[in-house]
Design a protein around this ligand. Structure first.
Ligand code: TTP
Ligand code: MG
Length: 372
């Protein structure tokens, strides 16, 4: 079936977008299982203790089989699953893991919209990595998160946020689901209405009474009929049941730094060989800097050198732009510190963000909540 791009008002065809939604699997629980192998393979949860009227933050998939869920009272969870191990949470650890995951996202696009500590949308429509394939990018992100943090992330790839989010849940845990433009129609037609964000128990029941169980059923109703019964949500139901969702990915966290690095296939024996690699790194850094908006101001340049014995040194300079002469001098000094063959070279910049960074510090699962 030919893919018809939606027509914009000025008559041009809108470019098909590529959106990835990433969501770590039982995030807090996965971190605790990683750090304490005795918790693996048995039902466990992160939460407050039952005798202090605690609640479950999340639980692993073994516990989910017993019906244990997030936000459930720990006492209830223990009734459902008497062997449930409940461990206290450690927000510092989760925040750190979240930061690492986001840095990985930023290697593919500036358009990253975090929804919570473990969940984000990425717009990779213009990304050049992985030959521009969103599917390959999603796979690479999943692999890199696992390599760095030993936890699994599920991902959904689709032409919009609505479908990408549903897709990331489709093959959870540790799954990938890709809804290509040509699959959108079939996918949406069979989609149960309760998979639509915002359709909870009450709306599902109301729709069921109207004979609506899937998006195919929803499509029998005009936008007027739906608005009549569901108010402004009617328009949204009308669009989503057709797989239409134009919401842009809104980056809400700003970068503090940007860097490029390379691990060389064979070690670089000395300063001269390292400096010979600098122009190539510099071009990469510049090209990524050029893609940032103008509200970023470079305040520091830094270099990173990893030697053949895996020791690492970094060196930075204040009050500079990102000039190649700065990097040359910094690299020379850094390499002399170790005075041995070099495995990896990195160069980067740190920013002040003229727009301020209020959002980033505010963004916390419990404050920001989930997207509605
Ligand atoms: P979610 O991504 O909703 O859940 P999850 O990662 O635990 O499980 P899934 O595999 O289904 O994605 O939330 C991420 C983390 O946020 C979760 O690990 C714990 C925390 N959280 C709470 O503390 N309370 C809650 O009610 C929810 C939903 C999550
Ligand atoms: Mg999750």
């Amino acid at each position: 079936m030919p893919v018809v791009q939606p027509k914009m008002q000025n008559g041009t065809r809108e470019k098909q977008r590529k959106i990835i939604h990433c969501d770590a699997d039982c995030f807090f629980a996965a971190i605790e299982m990683r750090d304490d192998p005795s918790l693996r393979g048995r039902p466990m949860a992160v939460g407050g203790s039952a005798d202090r009227r605690g609640v479950i933050s999340t639980c692993n998939y073994e516990a989910r089989e017993f019906g244990v869920r997030s936000a459930m009272a720990s006492a209830t969870a223990l009734r459902m699953c008497p062997d449930l191990i409940i461990v206290p949470g450690n927000m510092e650890k989760y925040r750190e893991a979240s930061r690492v995951i986001r840095e990985i996202f930023f290697d593919y696009t500036e358009l990253v919209e975090p929804l919570s500590l473990d969940e984000a949308y990425l717009d990779v429509s213009d990304s050049e990595q992985c030959q521009g394939s969103a599917t390959l990018i999603a796979e690479e992100i999943r692999r890199r998160v696992f390599d760095r943090l030993a936890i699994t992330v599920s991902a959904g790839v689709a032409p919009n946020k609505f479908l990408a989010k549903i897709a990331s849940d489709w093959n959870k845990p540790n799954g990938l689901c890709v809804i290509t433009p040509s699959r959108v129609e079939d996918f949406v037609l069979q989609l149960p209405v309760n998979k639509i964000h915002g359709v909870g128990k009450v709306t599902t029941e109301k729709l069921r009474r109207m004979g609506i169980e899937t998006c195919a059923d929803l499509r029998r109703f005009t936008v007027f009929e739906l608005c009549d019964r569901f108010g402004s949500f009617g328009q949204r139901l009308y669009d989503l049941s057709r797989g239409i969702d134009e919401r842009p990915v809104k980056p809400s966290r700003r970068r503090k730094s940007l860097s490029v690095e390379h691990t060389y296939a064979s070690d670089l024996p000395g300063v001269d060989q390292c400096l010979a690699k600098l122009p190539e790194l510099f071009v990469m850094l510049k090209s990524r800097l050029n893609r940032l908006d103008s509200d970023y101001r470079v305040v520091k340049a830094f270099v990173k050198v990893k030697f053949d014995d895996f020791t690492t040194t970094t060196l930075e300079r204040m009050g500079t732009g990102a000039r190649i002469s700065d990097y040359r001098e910094l690299l020379e000094q850094a390499i002399q510190r170790g005075n041995r063959p070099v495995r990896l070279l990195g160069i980067g910049v740190r920013f002040v963000d003229l727009r301020g960074d209020g959002l980033a510090t505010q963004l916390d699962l419990f404050e920001a909540g989930k997207e509605s």
